[in-house]
Design a protein around this ligand. Structure first.
Ligand SMILES: Cc1cc2nc3c(=O)[nH]c(=O)nc-3n(C[C@H](O)[C@H](O)[C@H](O)COP(=O)(O)O)c2cc1C
Length: 358
């Protein structure tokens, strides 16, 4: 029996298999609104058999967008478009999830196919905020250091976003604490040089993320799972470490977090990263083993056998696919056939389902 196609339950939500579409920016929104692109892109992957789709980094405030083309949830008007997507996913037995995000000092950049550079204020960009006035690269303008009131505003924005996420019918929230965005910037001593209660010691650096988790849990119901994506290491001397990730996960477990999605890197441009198949899986394994918290594995996972091995060996509970899911929206349906698991195909596609004896 393929372990990849066994159900998995967190709180009141059951995922029909272990294959998840990893959050992926589409850089296709205007003023934060989802549109037909998002609906078709996400809907296709629900039809393709994923058990959970986590919508792309969704900005909790306009200045928290990575690019002007990101989707957002900073106003009520964003809710109906998001609800349409969530409803469609649920109709296809796919759990709708959303990644709530603030890009911090990595905000106000152009989308990749528009060059990816800093967008100046004159061209619709904005001044970025961060724990400290340390730019991501020396070529970029320094972000503004958040005041204590600014930090509180961030917490409030995540809480409000979580309430809207619930109103839109989503069933999983993933807080984006990875890839050098705002919450990760607070965690890492490479980007957090603060002298107040949000900087310095481990306890101080994790404070903002812990407060965001607590605020989210005040509005996110008991029966719905809460994930946190972290970069389990900065891959850099003096940066955030795997040991700190384990210590953080232990604390988050007590605060109502149900799963740690283990990515790495993104906070400093010069990191030396040993990229290769499954290269981040050991972090998911370590966090799971040392904390007992469920984990998600992500990064260069591209074949059904590889995904099966990760789940069957107990390294992680969920497998997140990003680029492979772009190449093949029907990956879960195809993987089931390859691994000999019988899964339901959409009624409309039933006649195309491969039979053993054909
Ligand atoms: C087009 C694209 C957009 C992405 N956007 C996000 C995002 O919004 N949030 C996030 O946490 N990771 C994002 N990522 C990273 C992926 O979720 C994933 O962690 C990474 O691509 C490694 O997985 P893969 O090897 O399966 O692609 C993005 C990746 C791609 C390719």
């Amino acid at each position: 029996m393929a372990q990849l196609f066994t159900p998995f339950t967190l709180r009141g939500i059951t995922f029909k298999n272990r294959l998840v579409v990893s959050p992926m920016c589409q850089y296709s929104a205007e003023d934060g609104f989802t549109n037909d692109w998002h609906f078709v892109h996400l809907g296709s992957r629900a039809v393709g058999g994923a058990s959970l789709i986590i919508l792309e980094a969704t900005a909790v405030s306009p200045e928290g967008r990575i690019t002007p083309d990101d989707i957002g949830i900073w106003k009520e008007e964003h809710v109906p478009g998001l609800r349409r997507i969530a409803d469609f996913l649920k109709e296809h037995a796919c759990v709708p999830g959303i990644q709530l995000a603030h890009a911090g000092r990595k905000a106000s950049h152009a989308s990749p196919w528009k060059g990816g550079e800093v967008v100046p204020a004159t061209e619709g960009g904005w001044e970025t905020v961060a724990p400290s006035a340390v730019p991501f690269t020396e070529a970029e303008p320094a972000p503004q250091e958040l005041s204590l009131a600014g930090v509180q505003q961030v917490v409030d924005d995540f809480r409000t976003a979580a309430q809207r996420t619930l109103d839109a019918g989503f069933e999983v929230i993933e807080l984006h604490g990875a890839h050098g965005y705002l919450l990760h910037e607070f965690l890492s001593p490479l980007s957090n040089k603060r002298q107040d209660q949000y900087g310095g010691s481990f306890e101080n650096r994790i404070r903002l993320l812990v407060e965001v988790v607590e605020a989210t849990r005040t509005v996110w119901p008991e029966h719905l799972p809460l994930f946190v994506r972290i970069s389990a290491t900065d891959w850099t001397e003096g940066g955030w470490t795997a040991e700190e990730s384990v210590a953080l996960a232990t604390i988050l477990k007590d605060k109502g977090v149900d799963l740690i999605d283990c990515s790495t890197g993104g906070n400093v441009p010069a990191a030396q990263i040993p990229v290769g198949p499954s290269y981040q899986v050991p972090f998911a394994e370590q966090v799971k083993r040392e904390t007992g918290l469920p984990t998600g594995a992500v990064g260069l996972i591209t074949s059904p056998e590889q995904a099966e091995e990760i789940v069957a060996s107990g390294q992680a509970d969920l497998v997140l696919l990003a680029r492979e899911s772009l190449r093949n929206p029907y990956f879960p349906l195809r993987a089931a056939h390859k691994l000999g698991a019988d899964v339901a195909w959409p009624d409309q596609y039933e006649r195309a389902k491969p039979r053993k004896h054909h």
